[in-house]
Design a protein around this ligand. Structure first.
Ligand code: 4AD
Ligand code: MG
Length: 465
C-alpha cells in the first residue's frame, strides 16, 4: 500500500505502476458506465482522483452507492494526465468498500460554518480547513523543537500537578482525591488538605517556568513544551482552559537576549511552515485571510518593533486624545487590554512588537525589579490579529529582593523555598519566556478563534469528549 502524498511527491516515478491506497471518499460521482471517486487519506492536503469503469470494477454499483466519508481500499494504475487540473489519476482495477458512511454523515456540506464544525469535534479534522490547521500545528511543533535543539537547548518536561502557583494569579484547577461532597475538615472547619493524596493542596500547572528555572541553573539553556491549564473565566477568542506552552529559560541571559531568541524562534517557525505547507498556506490565503502568506513572508525577513510600556502608553494616550475610542481608557499603570495590544501592533507599528518594562504591580512576583523602582524587566510580544502571543521576563536573581517581594505579596515563603534556593546557590542573571502555542497557530493560519486551532478545545463551559 502507498500513500497519496508519495504519489504526488513524484508522479513520474509512479506512472503506469500498480498501486493500492486506502482513504475516505470526499465525493463519488456515478456517470452510469463509469464514475469518479475523490479520495483523501490524510497523507497530504491534495485528493486522489480515482476513475472506475463498470466493466472493470466488479462491485461498481456498491462503490457508486457509497456516500461521502466512506472508507475504501483502491487498487489501480497511475495514469499521468498532463492536460487536466490534477497531474495524474488512478484507473481503478479493484475497489473494496471497507466501511460505508451512513447517509446522515454531517460533513457532507461543502461550506459548513466553523461554528457548526465546532459541534462535531470528532469529525471536523476530515474537512480541508481543519486538516490544514492541524497539519500546520504538527509542523510548527516540530519546528520549535528543532529550533531549540539546533541551538543546544535541553528539552525538559515539567510536572502537570503542582503545589505552587507560578503566576500568582490564583487561576488554577484544583486536583484532589478528597470526597468533594464531604471533605475532611480541620477543627476550625476548613478543608483539611493534609489528608489529600499528596498531603497538601495541589493544582494543574499554569506554567512550567519555576521548574524550568531549576534546570536552567544546571544545563544553561533549556525549554519546555507541554500542556498548561488556566481557570480564567475569560470567554474570548484567544483564551483556552487547556493550552500548550513553550517556555525557554536561559542562564546568563538578560532581557535583550530573551527578545533575540523569541524573535529568531518566531521567524524560524514561520519559515518552516510557509516552506513545508504550501498547499495549506494557499488554502488559508484563499479562504481565511487573503494577505496571510505575504504578511508572514514579510515578518520572517524584517525586524520586530520594540517599545517600552511607558512609550506604548504615550502612543495609546495620543490615539485616545485624537479620538480613538478604547473600551478601557488608557493611563499609566493599567494592564494592556487586547484592544490596546492590537492598536499598537496593527495600527501603529504594523508588525510584531515587543513591549518591555511593565509596571511592577501588574506583573508576576519573579520578574526582575528595574532601577526606577516602579517597573520590572518584563517583555510581551504582540502580533497583529491576536495581541500577546509571548510573555516573558528577566528573573529576579537577587535573593533579598525576591524574598522581600514574596513577603510583600503575602505569598507563603515556605512554598517557594526551592525557588529561593536557586538564589542561594550560584545565582546568576537569567531570563525566559512563554509562547502560547495555540496563539502561534492562530497567527500562522489566520484562524481567529482559539477553539479552531485546538484539536479538542477546552474553554469555559466546554469539555466535550
Ligand atoms: O504571559 P503568561 O501568563 O506567562 C507565563 O506563564 C510565564 N511563566 C512564561 C515564562 O516567562 N516562562 O503566558 C505566556 C503565554 C501568553 O503570552 C499567551 O500566548 C499564552 O501563554 N496564554 C494563553 N493561551 C491560551 N489560553 C490562555 N488562557 C492563555 N494564557 C496564556
Ligand atoms: Mg502574559
Amino acid at each position: 500500500r502507498t500513500t497519496i502524498a508519495r504519489i504526488y511527491a513524484d508522479p513520474q516515478a509512479f506512472a503506469d505502476h500498480d498501486v493500492t491506497v486506502a482513504g475516505w471518499t470526499r465525493s463519488v460521482r456515478d456517470m452510469k458506465n463509469f464514475g469518479f471517486v475523490t479520495l483523501n487519506d490524510g497523507s497530504c492536503f491534495k485528493d486522489l482522483q480515482v476513475v472506475m469503469n463498470v466493466g472493470e470494477v466488479g462491485n461498481y454499483a456498491e462503490v457508486a452507492a457509497c456516500g461521502t466519508g466512506s472508507a475504501l481500499l483502491v487498487s489501480g494504475v497511475v495514469a499521468l494526465t498532463p492536460d487536466r487540473p490534477q497531474p495524474f489519476e488512478l484507473k481503478a482495477t479493484s475497489i473494496t468498500v471497507l466501511g460505508e458512511s451512513a447517509p446522515d454523515y454531517p460533513m457532507q456540506k461543502k461550506r459548513a460554518t466553523r461554528e457548526f464544525l465546532r459541534t462535531h469535534q470528532h469529525l471536523r479534522s476530515r474537512t480541508n480547513l481543519f486538516r490544514a490547521v492541524f497539519r500546520v500545528r504538527s509542523v510548527a511543533a516540530f519546528a520549535i523543537h528543532r529550533f531549540f535543539q539546533e541551538r543546544g537547548f535541553v528539552y525538559v518536561t515539567t510536572p502537570i500537578i503542582t503545589a505552587s502557583d507560578a503566576e500568582g494569579a490564583g487561576e488554577m484547577f484544583r486536583v484532589t482525591t478528597l470526597d468533594v461532597d464531604n471533605p475532611p475538615r480541620t477543627e476550625s472547619g476548613e478543608v483539611d488538605w493534609s489528608q489529600d493524596f499528596f498531603g497538601k493542596a495541589t493544582n494543574l500547572t499554569v506554567s512550567g517556568q519555576l521548574q524550568a528555572e531549576n534546570f536552567a541553573m544546571s544545563f544553561g539553556d533549556v525549554y519546555t513544551f507541554g500542556p498548561t491549564f488556566r481557570a480564567e473565566n475569560s470567554n474570548t477568542r484567544r483564551h483556552a482552559a487547556e493550552f500548550w506552552m513553550i517556555e525557554p529559560e536561559m542562564a546568563f541571559c538578560d532581557l535583550e537576549g530573551d527578545m533575540e531568541v523569541a524573535e529568531a524562534m518566531l521567524k524560524y517557525v514561520i519559515r518552516e511552515v510557509v516552506d513545508s505547507c504550501p498547499d495549506e498556506m494557499e488554502m488559508f490565503n484563499k479562504f481565511v485571510d487573503k494577505g496571510l502568506r505575504e504578511r508572514l513572508e514579510h515578518v520572517a525577513s524584517s525586524d520586530f518593533a520594540r517599545v517600552t510600556y511607558t512609550e506604548a502608553v504615550s502612543i495609546l494616550e495620543e490615539a485616545q486624545a485624537a479620538g480613538h475610542a478604547f473600551e478601557y481608557p488608557v493611563s499609566w499603570g493599567i494592564d494592556l487590554q487586547t484592544e490596546h495590544e492590537r492598536y499598537l501592533t496593527e495600527e501603529h507599528f504594523r508588525r510584531p512588537t515587543f513591549v518591555t518594562d511593565y509596571p511592577r504591580e501588574i506583573k508576576a512576583f519573579y520578574m526582575r525589579a528595574n532601577d526606577d523602582g516602579r517597573t520590572v524587566a518584563a517583555v510581551d510580544c504582540l502580533v497583529p490579529g491576536i495581541g500577546e502571543i509571548i510573555g516573558g521576563s528577566q528573573r529576579e536573581e537577587r535573593l533579598e529582593l525576591l524574598q522581600a517581594r514574596i513577603e510583600e505579596l503575602g505569598m507563603d515563603p515556605e512554598q517557594y523555598r526551592y525557588y529561593l534556593d536557586l538564589r542561594r546557590y550560584g545565582t546568576c542573571e537569567h531570563a525566559g519566556f512563554g509562547l502560547g502555542f495555540e496563539r502561534l497557530v492562530m497567527y500562522l493560519t489566520g484562524i481567529d478563534n482559539i477553539r479552531d486551532v485546538l484539536p479538542h478545545p477546552r474553554t469555559v463551559g466546554n469539555a466535550d469528549f
